[in-house]
Design a protein around this ligand. Structure first.
Ligand SMILES: *[C@@H]1O[C@H](CO)[C@@H](O)[C@H](O)[C@H]1NC(C)=O
Ligand SMILES: *[C@@H]1O[C@H](CO)[C@@H](O)[C@H](O)[C@H]1NC(C)=O
Ligand SMILES: *[C@@H]1O[C@H](CO)[C@@H](O)[C@H](O)[C@H]1NC(C)=O
Ligand SMILES: *[C@@H]1O[C@H](CO)[C@@H](O)[C@H](O)[C@H]1NC(C)=O
Ligand SMILES: *[C@@H]1O[C@H](CO)[C@@H](O)[C@H](O)[C@H]1NC(C)=O
Length: 480
């Protein structure tokens, strides 16, 4: 009797262990990676309800407190899914992707500044949608009917509206974080915003072969360096305030800022055909620094908030790993010389990511524990999907082709003047809703709050900031 009970419970344990088995994937096989990616993508899309009755196409549930996700993360989701289609050939989600990217474009202005999301409308939020539109052009994703906005023109609209907002009134240039002057953070010039502007400019330069975009990319890169947001060791800091002429630099480092710069540098390198040493030097330096900070032991961690004993990442931060994997892998296509540095690390990291998923494609956040941690969400799913897909540039280069240009098969229709006239934002015509007001933009209360003592602002946005010490700063001897 006793023995029977024991063996019954052992069977039960066996069952539990079986359902908790890790995602089954052979990372050297294209078909195996694609099968695993299909499971993870299906799981990711369970977070999306925008195409259901009563839903808002394009967005993930939000913004807080209505749901977990800010508007920008919907834009990030569709970029992830464009890559999913491109790398795997699976067209299952293409209609959803197209509908989402068009619905949020803000017709007829087509500038990705929809009035609904004014309260969390940062240049970086708008920029993430622009990055996804640019990717759709570069992958030759299906073109919408000509009565709808077109991918290339949408990316140009984001570029044009942001170029028009380039601000010489303080800090010698740069973009403010927020677009409406009534938003918290309008007085902050943050690095991710400049990184996205740089990235889109570099990609438009290569896609259209129009030197004006490249000049803007150079300007954005030079400015970011000149104010010290990037230091000589390629640390990339979060940003600073206009009241202090951008000298009160917040030293927090986030992985996606670095990856968006690396990728943009890759496009500048490719656009200039490798002829300008500055791009090669920066790609090498920034890649090494990024791998060093964010891939300890070859597995990605979001160093500023993924601590050894607990995770204090916000919903935004929980999604950065996927972008980093995708953008670094894409950099190896634009600048093949850096592939031997990047790809081995993406491999070990993706292996960690796969172990962090269950066999049903539900993925956790930590990748360095060898098992699923139960910390789930749309960001965590995008992360694992990004990690799996990032290996395909090497495992299946025939399918994971490099970005096209207007002269190498790109078919998206552009408009150099897209977005003209909407760049000068008029806050009074935009209703500010209370819903998204509390947490505008991508960079979050946690980070901003933690520097309250030093910077003296936004205390109301965080209850736990002052307790927080940047672990990168504490642990890494290369940092000041
Ligand atoms: C804006 O919000 C309204 C009301 O919820 C909704 O009907 C509309 O679809 C939303 N538009 C966008 C672009 O999200
Ligand atoms: C503000 O910063 C810019 C860029 O670093 C610099 O060129 C300018 O002289 C500074 N202005 C003041 C008033 O310090
Ligand atoms: C793209 O190429 C086509 C064909 O060469 C040309 O007609 C069109 O003007 C180009 N578009 C852009 C944005 O450069
Ligand atoms: C630019 O990108 C293409 C496509 O991946 C690649 O074949 C080419 O070698 C790159 N150019 C340079 C200078 O590396
Ligand atoms: C190049 O881009 C600039 C900036 O958007 C634009 O003003 C100009 O018309 C473009 N030139 C061509 C030939 O498309």
């Amino acid at each position: 009797m006793k023995i029977k009970t024991l063996s019954a419970s052992l069977t039960l344990l066996g069952c539990v262990a079986h359902t908790q088995a890790a995602l089954n994937v052979d990372l050297t096989s294209a078909s195996s990676i694609k099968a695993a990616a299909k499971l993870v993508a299906a799981n990711l899309l369970t977070y999306y309800h925008g195409d259901e009755p009563g839903g808002t196409p394009g967005i993930l549930p939000g913004p807080p407190p209505i749901g977990d996700y800010y508007w920008w993360e919907g834009g990030a989701l569709w970029g992830t899914m464009v890559d999913y289609w491109h790398f795997t050939g699976d067209t299952e989600y293409n209609t959803k992707i197209q509908d989402a990217l068009i619905f949020q474009a803000n017709m007829p202005k087509n500038d990705y500044m929809p009035p609904n999301w004014t309260a969390s409308l940062g240049n970086d939020d708008q920029g993430f949608w622009g990055l996804s539109a640019m990717l759709a052009a570069e992958t030759n994703f299906q073109n919408p009917p000509s009565t709808d906005p077109q991918w290339l023109a949408l990316a140009q609209a984001v570029f044009n509206t942001q170029a028009a907002r380039w601000d010489m009134d303080s800090c010698g240039g740069g973009l403010r974080w927020q677009i409406p002057l009534s938003n918290n953070g309008y007085n902050y010039k943050n690095t991710i915003t400049g990184a996205i502007f740089f990235n889109i400019a570099a990609r438009l330069a290569r896609y259209t072969n129009n030197a004006t975009y490249a000049q803007w990319a150079v300007k954005a890169w030079d400015w970011t360096n000149s104010v010290g947001y990037i230091d000589k060791d390629y640390n990339i800091f979060d940003g600073a305030h206009v009241e202090d002429n951008c000298t009160d630099i917040n030293p927090a480092q986030f992985s996606y800022t670095a990856a968006i710069f690396v990728q943009g540098l890759g496009f500048m390198y490719n656009y200039t055909k490798g002829s300008e040493p500055r791009w090669e030097t920066a790609i090498t330096g920034l890649t090494k620094r990024t791998l060093n900070i964010f891939f300890p032991d070859g597995i990605m961690t979001e160093a500023s908030c993924e601590l050894s004993d607990h995770v204090q990442c916000t919903t935004d931060m929980l999604s950065f790993k996927g972008y980093v994997h995708r953008f670094l892998s894409q950099t190896t296509q634009m600048a093949p010389f850096i592939a031997p540095t990047i790809m081995p690390v993406l491999k070990t990291s993706a292996a960690g990511a796969a172990k962090g998923c269950n066999s049903d494609g539900t993925c956790g956040f930590r990748w360095n524990t060898g098992s699923y941690d139960g910390n789930t969400g749309a960001g965590q799913q995008m992360n694992a999907l990004g990690a799996l897909m990032s290996l395909l540039v090497e495992v299946d280069p025939a399918a994971a082709t490099p970005p096209v240009t207007n002269s190498t098969g790109g078919t998206s229709v552009g408009n150099p003047d897209a977005g003209a006239g909407t760049g000068a934002f008029e806050p009074e015509v935009i209703p500010v809703t209370t819903a998204g007001r509390a947490g505008a933009g991508i960079i979050t209360t946690l980070v901003l709050g933690s520097f309250v003592g030093v910077l003296g602002w936004m205390m109301t946005r965080s209850g736990e900031g002052p307790k927080w010490v940047d672990p990168v700063l504490r642990k890494n001897p290369l940092m000041r």
